[in-house]
Design a protein around this ligand. Structure first.
Ligand SMILES: Cc1ncc(C[n+]2csc(CCOP(=O)(O)OP(=O)(O)O)c2C)c(N)n1
Ligand SMILES: [Mg+2]
Length: 667
C-alpha cells in the first residue's frame, strides 16, 4: 500500500492514525463484551475504518453526514462521547434515542449526523436536501452520504444521484464497496465493471480509490469537497474495501472464501498506516503502545460510565408526546394566537383551488425559507395550476421543478428540514405517493420519535375520483397515512378551510399529508378571508345541525351529505366535517353521537380498512350508551376505481348514500 504524505503535517498524520485506531479498539472491546453476553450485536466496520474516519475528518464539523450501519468511525471522529454511544447501544434512555433505536440507527443534531433508517438507500436523498439548503444559503459546505455496494441497487441511489446532478448540489456520495451485501457477492449485485462507471451516466465526476488507505481517502475527499463547493456539483467516490467480519456480529462468514480474508488482512488499513508512520519516523513502537494504552484506559472508563446507565422507566405519556415536535396543537392554540383570524373581515368568494393557491402564496411570503417542490410546478404551474405564477414571483430557487422521482424529493424535503427550511412537495397526483411511500412512512413520520429531529414537510395530495381518471389518478389513500404514527393527515372540504388548514400545516413543524380533492378544485366556491389565517389542525366542524342522524364525513363526502340534506329537508341531518383525520377530533365525534344517537360514517375511500372502521370502533367503545342504532358506514366499493363514468359512479360511496341513510333511519 503506497502512502503519499503530500504536504500533510506530522501532527495531521498522527491525528489521522489516532482517529483510525480508536473505532478499531472500540470494536475489539465490543467483541469481548459480546462473547460475555454484555452487549447486543452490531454491524462491524473492522477493516473499513479508513473510509468513515477519512471522510469525516475531511469535512468541517458542522457539515452533515448521512452514515450507515458500518460507520462507527463517523461517530467517533465526530467526537461523540463514548459512554453515551454505549448507552445508545444498550437501548438506554440516556443514549441518543431514549432507548427507541438500535445500534447506529440514530442521529444527533449537535454532531450533524443524520440517523439512518434500516432501508439504507433513503439516506442518499436527504443529503440532496441538505446540500440544497447550503446552496440556497450560499454557504461553502457539502453534505456527505454513504452507501454500500449493495445499496447501489436500490432505486434511491439512482434518484438521489440524478437529483444532485440535475440540481447541481454539492453532495459527496461515497460507495463503500466491501465485496458483499450480506451474503450477496458483487457479481450477483451489479453487471457494470466498476460502480464508479455510473457517475458518467448521471453526468457527474467520480473516482475509484483504495478505501483502506487513510491518506488516499482523506486527501481525495478533501479535494472533492473543494471541487463540490467551488463548482457546486456532486461527486461520486467508490472506495474499494473489504468486510472483515460477518454482515452483523455473530452471523458468520461461511460464504466468503478464506483466501479473501488472507488477501485483505494484508491490506489492513491500520497496520499498513502504522508501518508507514514508523518508516517515516513519525513515531516509534513505544508511542504506539502509549497511544493504545491511553485509548484502552479511556474505553474502559467510558464503558464503566456507559454501564451505569439507569434502567428505563416506561412513561407512556412521554412516548406519545415525543411523536410530534412541539406543535400547534399543544402550545399555539392554548396559550396564544400568533396567527390572527378575521381581524379585517374582508373576504370574497374563491374557488377551492384558488383558496389553496392563496394559502400557499401567503405562506411563501410569510416564510422566506419555504421551498416548493414538485413535477412541473414552476413555469407550467403544476398539473392543477395551483402554483401558476409562483416561479415568476418567487424564483426558480424556491419554486422547484423536480425530476420524476417522488422518493428522492421527499428525502430532499427532509434534508431541507434538517437545515431549518420548510418545504411543500406537490404530488402530481396523490396516487403517485406510492413511489415516495418509504420516505414518508419510515423517515418523515418516525424521525422525531426516534431521535428528536422534526420533519417540517407538507405533502400536497391531489386526491379522489369522480372525474373519470381511472385506477391510478383517482384513489383515496388517506387511510395508509392515518395508520402511521407521527404524521398528521388533513383533508379540507371548503375553500375557507383549505386555505386556513394549509397555512396551519405549513406552520406546523411536523410532517403533514394535505389532501385536496381534485373534483372540488373547480366545482366548489366559498367565502374566503383575504388575510393570512390558520384553521386549527385536529378540529372538526359542524357543517349543519340536525336531530335525526349524524353523518360524519370529510372531503367530497361533506358535499354529498349537504346535497342529500338539501334534497331531503324532511330529514333533520347533522353533518360533521372532520377536516383532520389524524389526529381525530374525538370530542366533536362524541358530540355528534350524543346529539342524534344515529351515526353514519361516509367516505369516498373504500370500505375495508378505511377510517370509517376506526371511528366506528371508537364510538362503540366510548359512546355506546348514546347510540340508538349500530354505527353504519357508507364507503366506496372494495375494488380499484374504474375508468368508465358509469362504473365509477357505481363505485362511489355516494351511489349507496340514500340506501344507507334509509337503513339507519329505519333501525
Ligand atoms: C430495503 C432493504 N432491503 C433489505 C435489507 C436487509 N439488509 C440489511 S444490510 C443488507 C446488505 C447491505 O449491503 P451493502 O449495501 O453492500 O452494505 P454493507 O452491509 O456491505 O456495508 C441487507 C440486504 C434492508 N435493510 N433494507
Ligand atoms: Mg457491501
Amino acid at each position: 500500500m503506497h502512502f503519499d504524505r503530500k504536504d500533510f503535517s506530522d501532527n495531521e498524520l498522527i491525528s489521522l492514525y489516532k482517529n483510525l485506531l480508536f473505532p478499531r479498539m472500540i470494536e475489539e472491546k465490543m467483541l469481548v463484551l459480546l462473547r460475555q453476553g454484555k452487549i447486543s450485536k452490531w454491524f462491524s466496520g473492522i477493516g473499513q475504518e479508513a473510509i468513515s474516519v477519512g471522510a469525516t475528518l475531511a469535512l468541517q464539523p458542522d457539515e452533515w453526514i448521512m452514515p450507515l450501519h458500518r460507520n462507527l468511525g463517523v461517530f467517533t471522529s465526530r467526537k461523540m462521547p463514548l459512554h453515551k454511544l454505549f448507552m445508545q447501544w444498550q437501548g438506554s434512555k440516556q443514549g441518543y434515542s431514549k432507548g427507541r433505536e438500535r445500534s447506529f440507527h440514530f442521529g444527533s443534531k449537535e454532531h450533524f449526523i443524520c440517523g439512518m433508517i434500516s432501508h439504507l438507500g433513503p439516506q442518499l436523498a436527504i443529503a440532496d436536501g441538505i446540500a440544497l439548503a447550503y446552496k440556497l444559503k450560499k454557504e461553502n459546505k457539502v453534505s456527505i452520504t454513504f452507501t454500500g455496494e449493495g445499496g447501489t441497487s436500490e432505486g434511491d441511489f439512482h434518484e438521489a444521484l440524478n437529483v444532485a446532478a440535475v440540481w447541481d448540489l454539492p453532495v459527496i456520495f461515497i460507495i463503500e464497496n466491501n465485496g458483499y451485501g450480506l451474503s450477496t457477492p458483487t457479481k450477483e449485485q451489479y453487471r457494470c465493471e466498476n460502480l464508479i462507471d455510473k457517475a458518467k451516466g448521471y453526468g457527474m465526476e467520480g473516482v475509484q480509490i483504495d478505501g483502506n488507505n487513510i491518506l488516499e481517502v482523506y486527501d481525495t475527499i478533501k479535494g472533492v469537497r473543494d471541487y463540490c463547493i467551488k463548482n457546486q456539483k456532486p461527486y461520486l467516490i467508490e472506495c474499494i474495501t473489504f468486510r472483515m467480519r460477518g454482515h452483523e456480529e455473530a452471523s458468520g462468514t461461511k460464504y466468503v472464501p478464506k483466501e479473501m480474508f488472507e488477501e485483505w488482512n494484508k491490506k489492513d488499513p491500520i497496520i499498513n498506516y502504522e508501518r508507514f508512520l514508523l518508516e517515516e519516523n513519525l513515531f516509534t513502537e513505544t508511542t504506539i503502545s502509549e497511544i493504545r494504552n491511553e485509548y484502552k484506559a479511556h474505553i474502559e472508563s467510558e464503558l464503566k460510565l456507559g454501564f451505569e446507565a439507569k434502567d428505563i422507566k416506561v412513561d407512556t405519556e412521554e412516548e406519545l408526546n415525543d411523536l410530534y415536535a412541539i406543535d400547534s396543537l399543544k402550545v399555539k392554540y392554548e396559550t396564544s394566537k400568533p396567527v390572527s383570524r378575521f381581524t379585517s373581515h374582508v373576504s370574497r368568494d374563491l374557488r377551492f383551488f384558488e383558496a389553496i393557491k392563496e394559502g400557499l402564496h401567503q405562506s411563501m411570503k410569510q416564510h422566506p425559507k419555504l421551498i416548493l417542490m414538485g413535477q412541473d410546478i414552476a413555469e407550467y404551474g403544476g398539473a392543477f395550476k395551483i402554483t401558476e405564477g409562483f416561479v415568476e414571483e418567487f424564483g426558480k430557487e424556491r419554486v422547484r421543478n423536480t425530476p420524476l422521482c417522488e422518493s428522492a424529493i421527499v428525502g430532499a424535503a427532509l434534508g431541507l428540514s434538517l437545515e431549518g427550511y420548510k418545504s411543500v412537495m406537490e404530488m402530481q397526483f396523490g396516487d403517485f405517493v406510492t413511489v415516495g411511500f418509504n420516505q414518508i412512512i419510515n423517515n418523515l413520520a418516525k424521525i422525531n420519535y426516534r431521535w428528536g429531529q422534526n420533519a417540517d414537510v407538507v405533502i400536497r395530495m391531489p386526491t379522489g375520483g369522480g372525474v373519470g381518471a381511472g385506477p391510478f389518478h383517482s384513489q383515496s389513500n388517506e387511510a395508509w397515512f392515518i395508520h402511521t404514527p407521527g404524521l398528521k393527515v388533513v383533508y379540507p372540504s371548503s375553500p375557507e378551510d383549505a386555505k386556513g388548514l394549509l397555512i396551519a400545516a405549513i406552520n406546523d413543524p411536523n410532517p403533514v399529508m394535505f389532501f385536496e380533492h381534485k373534483a372540488l378544485y373547480r366545482s366548489i366556491t366559498g367565502n374566503v378571508p383575504e388575510e393570512y389565517y390558520e384553521i386549527e389542525i385536529g378540529k372538526a366542524k359542524v357543517v349543519k345541525e340536525g336531530e335525526d342522524l349524524s353523518i360524519i364525513t370529510y372531503g367530497a363526502g361533506v358535499h354529498w351529505a349537504v346535497e342529500y340534506a338539501n334534497a331531503n329537508p324532511e330529514i333533520s341531518i347533522n353533518i360533521l366535517d372532520l377536516r383532520t383525520l389524524l389526529p381525530l377530533d374525538y370530542p366533536a365525534i362524541k358530540e355528534a353521537v350524543r346529539s342524534t344517537g344515529k351515526i353514519l360514517i361516509l367516505h369516498e375511500d373504500t370500505l375495508i380498512g378505511g377510517i370509517g372502521g376506526e371511528i366506528s370502533a371508537w364510538i362503540n367503545e366510548h359512546c355506546f350508551e348514546w347510540l340508538d342504532a349500530p354505527v353504519m358506514r357508507c364507503a366506496s366499493l372494495d375494488t380499484p376505481i374504474p375508468f368508465n363514468l358509469e362504473l365509477e359512479k357505481n363505485f362511489m360511496a355516494k351511489a349507496r348514500l340514500h340506501q344507507a341513510i334509509e337503513k339507519l333511519l329505519a333501525y
